[in-house]
Design a protein around this ligand. Structure first.
Ligand code: SF4
Ligand code: SF4
Length: 432
């Protein structure tokens, strides 16, 4: 999936070297602040962050910034809620990466937290990390993985009657083996979109047991859809320590997400932000890229986002993300860059305004997310895995003369579904 023109050696020789040196110096402090095994009291988690970014309400002009590369101190960190873990504001979403040297460069550059999942790249994503992480001091990184429970009904966000807690245990054991570790730092219940799913009793018990057995230090839940509901359910469940939520400037409902993140953070939860790149491009043709540094800074201006996990796949992107790690303040120039063209783009915000009008009741938001994986992320395996989980009819969108579905973001839903559905029949070996 990597199409970098800059390889690790060049990355270190060029600007990356300067970023690495200065960031890594500061990150030694951040990692040394590793918490005790037991969660810190909630009151401690509510201490103000070490660096208080501006309030997220307005895009205010800011003074000129110092040269981030030349800055002698380490990057700012925030505390991941009641976990007590101090992390730099930028972490790594490993999902789309397949180059171990990129992960090594990220570690050397001062990135501390790495996010993967049991299902990413059919397990090869965790296996790749397993060639790197066990050789590093255990306290020098934070590893998060996620388990998707197959009985999840993606349309309703509820689990079916055959749901078993053992599925979590079995998948986590496999993940630990792939990673070459005896425990992860955070285990997420993957892809939740409804209160009922977040609070499913059998799954809560299995998650709790994983923690009691020492296979994970903390528990979390991830969400791409109905984020406020999931954030509030995570607070209600009391068992969860963190939430990994979609959050970006293109979400029409970002103020609602922001509010729910504030409530969750106030209750002591750590907040990780994903999908901060908002689909990577302004346009479907992928000719107008979104400014990634500006988009990341936009998410990080919210003090309740404790770290973000951009899914970089090249050394150039890593270099940009390390610059943001050191220099996260959103400038007026950044804000200007985010006032882009009003085009449909590639990010589906999961608002579900398209539901109800489809003749075949298709899971359109998931299909649009698959389209984003396939086209914006160039991760066709992830798109195919998502399609396989959707239980689609054979001739998807093939029987309709016209399509009545209207998307809030202006997607031509039928065209995109027909396009991405072709992946179902492509043998896996042609995708890797
Ligand atoms: S064309 Fe596809 S999305 Fe549109 S109504 Fe038919 S099945 Fe649904
Ligand atoms: S209306 Fe558009 S943006 Fe909203 S969930 Fe449906 S496809 Fe996604």
């Amino acid at each position: 999936m990597s199409n970098s023109t800059l390889e690790r050696r060049e990355f270190l020789k060029l600007g990356g070297a300067a970023v690495v040196t200065s960031v890594a110096a500061g990150c030694a402090t951040a990692v040394a602040a590793k918490p005790p095994a037991a969660p810190a009291p909630v009151a401690a988690a509510l201490d103000p962050p070490k660096t208080a970014p501006p309030a997220p309400a307005a895009l205010k002009p800011e003074p000129a910034k110092p040269d981030p590369v030349a800055a002698p101190t380490g990057p700012p960190t925030r505390r991941l809620g009641r976990t007590g873990i101090e992390v730099p504001l930028v972490s790594m979403g490993v999902m789309n990466a397949d180059n171990p040297n990129l992960v090594r460069a990220a570690l050397d550059g001062g990135i501390v937290l790495f996010d993967t999942a049991h299902g990413y790249q059919d397990g090869r994503n965790e296996e790749m990390l397993g060639t790197i992480l066990p050789k590093r001091p255990r306290e020098s990184f934070v590893i998060c993985t996620k388990v998707y429970v197959d009985t999840l009904d993606r349309k309703t966000g509820r689990f079916g009657p055959k749901t078993r807690g053992e599925e979590i245990t079995q998948k986590l054991d496999i993940s630990l083996k792939r990673l070459g570790l005896d425990h992860v730092d955070i285990l997420h219940l993957h892809a939740q979109s409804a209160r009922e799913g977040v609070l499913h009793q059998k799954l809560l018990r299995a998650l709790e047991k994983a923690k009691q057995d020492g296979k994970t230090r903390f528990l979390g839940v991830s969400t791409h859809k109905h984020e406020p509901e999931v954030l509030r359910a995570a607070v209600e469940g009391k068992l969860y320590d963190v939430v990994l939520t979609a959050y970006n400037f293109k979400q029409d409902h970002h103020l609602e997400v922001q509010k729910a993140m504030g409530e969750a953070a106030a209750a002591g939860l750590g907040i990780l932000a994903m999908k901060t790149q908002a689909g990577v491009f302004w346009d479907k043709a992928k000719r107008k890229p979104i400014d990634m540094k500006a988009a990341l800074r936009w998410a990080l201006r919210d003090p309740n986002v404790h770290t973000a996990i951009p899914g970089f796949t090249t050394f150039e992107q890593l270099q940009d993300d390390l610059l943001v790690m050191r220099d996260p303040a959103l400038s007026p120039a950044d804000s200007e860059k985010l006032r882009g063209p009003k085009l449909a783009g590639l990010f589906c915000q999961g608002c579900e305004e398209c539901l109800g009008s489809c003749a075949y009741d298709l899971p359109i938001p998931d299909l649009m997310r698959g389209y984003m994986y396939g086209h914006a992320y160039k991760n066709r395996e992830a798109a195919q895995s998502l399609l396989a989980a959707l239980d689609l009819p054979r001739a998807v969108c093939g029987d309709c003369d016209t399509c009545p579905v209207v998307c809030a973001k202006g997607f031509d839903v039928r065209e995109r579904i027909r396009d991405i559905a072709r992946l179902r029949d492509v043998p896996r070996e042609f995708l890797t």
